[in-house]
Write a protein that binds this ligand. Structure first.
Ligand code: GDP
Ligand code: IMO
Ligand code: MG
Length: 422
């Protein structure tokens, strides 16, 4: 059995965690393949909210192995906090969770550099989660990084110190950034010990052995396509490939093994942090979406910017990822909207109408939208697509026709089972 992928098609927070948790029981292994603790994936287990940052969202399913892949960057401090939070719910966590030897480590000084870089950018700042993600990937591609496998080497401390000294040299340019390195370091080394309790494996061999045995694997994306370092709204992006291509490099699996790509999109759009957002509503309607959808970041608590669903953007993400199945989440957030809109083309500043994302999204003058009727009722008790209100069927048809992709899942609430499967 091959590899299926679940990933975000917008700017993150599409509800990936919930869908991974729902589908995980069908798989032998669930893997994170990129990103790090900038992610915040929310699950509801027995009505209790759980937010995962580094640990895959299959962890609440017994009999499922969870792998943190080589493409992920791990902060031992956040990781050990997550582990402690999970221990009271999962007694055999060490049996369910493995870590790739080739995953890179976020050092305390990486977070410090993240902050200094953001401060230096002034009003052009990215709005980073300040979790040290960018600087850690820079050290990875700059061939200076420290990996999980290094934790076992005798000269680990020397390697750590050499990188820290390099970071200090860089940080001398930013004397205004204050950081309690002593206290952070103590915490970090304690957390490293906690991380070492988990099997650190040659994950590319480990995962391919499952594929050879015909077992099924689910790859869980973090962030979203519009935050991809190559195809997102650069430079307002994260530092990894959040797209299907990232599955191969982030896990060490052949592209030909990828079967289904389940793309997740909200019934509207949100973005947290800076950068262009064509269908953003900086008005009372945007506020209404934010409060109806509880749109506040799962990692930083920041209010998310809100806007209408953007089909031009969605179509682009479907193309980049080779999405085979669409999952629309948070449709219930529109339950009380008499009417709502979806964007189906852009009017560019040069006067032309476009179905493509321009190189600079600032070239967009406005989003052309169509207005649709709302359904003005709650969706409790609906379990089948056929039983959906006609207005949702009309919405689905617009999305499917524009994107030429079938909607296979419709999420109607945050709970694990609040999902209509086609
Ligand atoms: P992720 O990063 O993609 O996993 O998404 P987040 O967890 O950051 O944000 C999604 C938020 O929406 C979380 O609070 C979820 O509990 C919630 N959520 C997910 N699906 C639905 C849905 O269908 N309806 C509603 N109302 N909330 C949802
Ligand atoms: P999940 O997996 C939403 C955004 C940040 C910022 C930009 C760069 O929960 O969907 P970084 O910390 O990576 O340097 O930040 O990317 N960002 C996210 N936005 N959901 C996420 O993850 C995000 N991870 C990063 O807000 O704009
Ligand atoms: Mg999130």
């Amino acid at each position: 059995m091959p590899v299926d992928v679940i990933l975000g098609l917008q700017w993150g927070d599409e509800g990936k965690g919930k869908i991974v948790d729902y589908l995980a029981y069908q798989y032998k292994v669930v893997c994170r393949f990129q990103g790090g603790p900038n992610a915040g994936h929310t699950l509801y287990i027995n009505g209790q909210k759980q937010v995962l940052h580094t640990i895959p969202s299959g962890v609440f399913r017994a009999d499922v192995h969870n792998l943190i892949g080589n493409g992920v960057v791990i902060d031992p401090i956040t990781f050990s906090k997550e582990v402690n939070q999970l221990r009271s719910h999962i007694s055999d966590l060490e049996q369910r969770l493995l870590i790739s030897q080739k995953a890179h480590l976020i050092l305390p000084t990486h977070r410090w550099i993240d902050l200094a870089s953001e401060n230096a950018k002034g009003k052009n700042k990215i709005g980073s989660t300040l979790r040290g993600i960018g600087p850690t990937y820079m050290d990875k591609t700059g061939r200076n990084g420290l990996r999980v496998g290094d934790l076992l080497s005798k000269d680990f401390k020397q390697k750590y110190t050499a990188i820290k000294e390099k970071h200090y040299q860089f940080l001398r340019q930013f004397p205004e950034v204050e950081f309690d390195i002593k206290q952070q370091e103590v915490q970090w080394f304690e957390a490293v010990e906690s991380l070492k309790q988990f099997p650190c494996v040659a994950s590319e061999y480990w995962i391919n052995s499952f594929l050879e045995k015909g077992e099924s694997i689910l790859a869980e994306g973090a962030q979203g396509t519009m935050l991809d370092v190559d195809f997102g709204t650069y430079p307002f992006v994260t530092s990894s490939n959040t797209t299907t291509a990232g599955v191969c490099t982030g896990l060490g699996i052949p592209a030909a093994q990828i079967r289904k790509v389940i793309g997740i999109a909200k019934a509207y759009c949100t973005r947290v942090g800076s950068g262009p957002f064509p269908s953003e509503l900086e008005n009372a309607v945007g506020e209404r979406l934010r409060s109806s959808g509880s749109e506040f970041g799962a990692t930083t608590g920041r209010p998310r910017r809100c806007g209408w669903l953007d089909l031009v953007q969605l179509h682009y993400s479907i193309m980049i990822n080779g999405v085979t199945d669409l999952c629309i989440t948070k449709i219930d957030v529109l339950n009380d909207f008499e009417t709502f809109e979806i964007c189906n083309s852009y009017l560019l500043k040069n006067g032309s109408v476009s179905q493509q994302l321009p190189y600079q999204l600032e070239e967009i003058e406005q989003c052309n939208t169509i207005s649709l009727q709302g359904w003005m009722r709650n969706l409790n008790g609906i379990n089948r697509f056929e039983d959906l209100p006609d207005q949702i069927k009309v919405f689905n048809k617009h999305v499917e026709d524009h994107c030429k992709t079938r909607i296979s899942y419709l999420s109607v609430g945050p709970g694990r089972d609040q999902l209509i499967v086609r």
